[in-house]
Design a protein around this ligand. Structure first.
Ligand code: PHE
Length: 487
């Protein structure tokens, strides 16, 4: 099979923005900003992007592009023994896609419900009882929730048919999925900002409380948010870089990707907090009481806010949940493609559609776990561990391998030769010093917090089996995959 490339650099940039901009921008970012000093957090996000986000993005894109290989073989090309680290990234990508798709399934359910505003009159009960049919805790699995499973199958169908022909189908799809959200966000911003009380919400989101910059928690939240949001550490950007022709411009591309992703975050914040301000005014409560993070924000608070709108409620709902699907789908298939590229590197003669299908099959199988009545708890726990540890440790390893262990490291020169602006010196400095240092501190801090109290008060055995175990097994499975795919 002949290798196919992105048709041009802009399609690559769109695909990467599509991967980066997702649920992380919509439900994590605005809430984190609100909790961590508003505008001060936005400032910290910019700093985190500059200090380690963009450098690591350049590293991953550059590495994939130089080696022309996905994560596994790209690391293998540095040193044979590093190959299993690439496979470990791939295993983490698989874990993320299995639970990410469950959230996309909620999105599918809400998109369908938008036409009749089915969540009326009680959005909370609709989410927890009708869609999730939630069990009373992570220790009760409670069988499949059929609406979630139905949404999951549909979501996987969308993801599979977007990625089944690899770069060819992805190129066609991202032209829409990575551009339309900007248009819809723009419409929703105008709607949100013209609502009474919007200003109060926006103030909460953007008013800078500079004193919170002294709080280490703000910085730690900013660093992990930037990492997850830029789709780093799971092999996605390495895979997307490997689909570039070797001569593609790197540094400016990385700035476009990070800039586009940041823009989606800010725009999402304006929509969410403008609307929350209106909702608070209507209900006569402080905005702070209306605000919440995570799934609750998107699937409970937002539907409630839509109920209160003066007109066109259904249209706004369709636009909002349609946009969630657009944002999430291209993030999801970037994870699929990260896996597929590394497998394709190994099985060059196998039909790419077959590879995508096999990954989809296993993805649905793993997704069943998150489609049970305890699924939301499992998703929350897995996400916490994968982001706090899997992602942070992979980031440290990438920085150390590229910055220190790679004898005759040619990536600096490669980036220099393929960039129109020259930041390689700063880049190398960041990779060698900032990245391991900041991520190291983040890792220690996360471990410390873990022992302070159980995450979200979940029972210890649930945290161990659903959170810790997958993280510990990832390198083992990575190692086995490496052996299985190598003669
Ligand atoms: N960046 C995506 C988001 O913000 C999530 C993601 C992480 C996608 C890692 C791919 C890889 O939603």
């Amino acid at each position: 099979m002949e290798k196919t490339y992105w048709p041009n650099r802009w399609i690559f940039i769109l695909a990467a923005i599509g991967s980066a901009a997702g649920l992380g921008n919509l439900w994590r970012f605005p809430y984190l900003a609100y909790e961590n000093g508003g505008g001060a957090f936005v400032f910290a996000i910019i700093i985190a992007n500059i200090l380690i986000g963009i450098p690591l993005l350049m590293l991953e894109v550059g590495l994939g592009q130089k080696m022309q290989k996905g994560a596994a073989d790209a690391f293998g090309a540095i040193k044979k023994h590093f190959r299993f680290i690439g496979w470990t990234a791939i295993v983490l990508a698989f874990i993320v896609i299995s639970y990410y798709m469950a959230v996309v399934s909620y999105g599918v359910n809400y998109f369908a419900a938008s036409f009749t505003l089915e969540w009326q009159p009680d959005a909370n009960s609709f989410f927890f009882n009708d869609v999730l049919q939630i069990s009373d805790g992570p220790l009760t699995m409670g069988g499949i929730s059929w609406p979630v499973l139905a949404g999951l199958l549909l979501a996987w169908a969308l993801v599979y048919f977007s990625a089944w022909k690899g770069v060819k189908s992805i190129s066609a799809v991202v032209k829409w999925t990575a551009t339309l959200p900007f248009v819809i966000l723009f419409i929703l911003i105008i709607r949100a900002l013209t609502l009474d009380g919007a200003g109060d919400g926006i103030r909460l989101f953007l008013f800078p409380d500079w004193s919170s910059l002294a709080d280490p928690n703000l910085w730690l939240a900013a660093f992990s948010q930037v990492f997850f949001s830029l789709s780093l550490a799971f092999g996605v950007m390495i895979a997307y870089g490997s689909l570039n022709r070797k001569s593609t411009e790197i540094t400016k591309s990385a700035l476009w990707i990070a800039g586009g992703n940041f823009l989606v975050s800010i725009m999402s914040g304006l929509v969410v907090f403008g609307t929350l301000g209106y909702m608070a005014l209507q209900q006569g409560i402080p905005v702070a009481e209306a605000a919440s993070g995570g799934p609750g924000l998107v699937f409970v608070v937002f539907p409630e806010a839509i109920n209160l709108l003066p007109a066109l409620n259904s249209v706004i709902a369709i636009l909002f949940f349609g946009m969630i699907l657009l944002l999430a789908i291209d993030s999801a298939f970037s994870l699929l493609e990260a896996l597929a590229v590394s497998v394709r590197d190994r099985f060059k003669k196998t039909n790419p559609k077959k590879i995508a299908f096999i990954i989809t099959f296993f993805g649905i199988l793993a997704g069943l776990f998150y489609s049970t009545k305890g699924g939301l708890y499992y998703l929350d726990i897995t996400d916490h561990f994968v982001v706090s540890y899997g992602l942070v440790i992979m980031g440290i390893l990438e920085a150390i391998i590229i910055g220190w262990l790679w004898k005759g490291n040619q990536l600096v020169d490669f980036i220099k030769d393929h960039s129109e602006i020259h930041l390689e010196k700063l880049w190398l400095f960041s990779i060698r010093w900032f990245t391991p240092l900041f991520l190291g501190i983040l890792l220690i801090w996360n471990i410390y917090n873990e022992f302070q109290q159980n995450y979200e008060g979940y029972p210890t055995e649930a945290l161990i089996y659903i959170g810790l175990l997958p993280i510990l097994l990832a390198p083992v499975v990575g190692y086995i995959l490496d052996k299985l795919t190598t003669r």
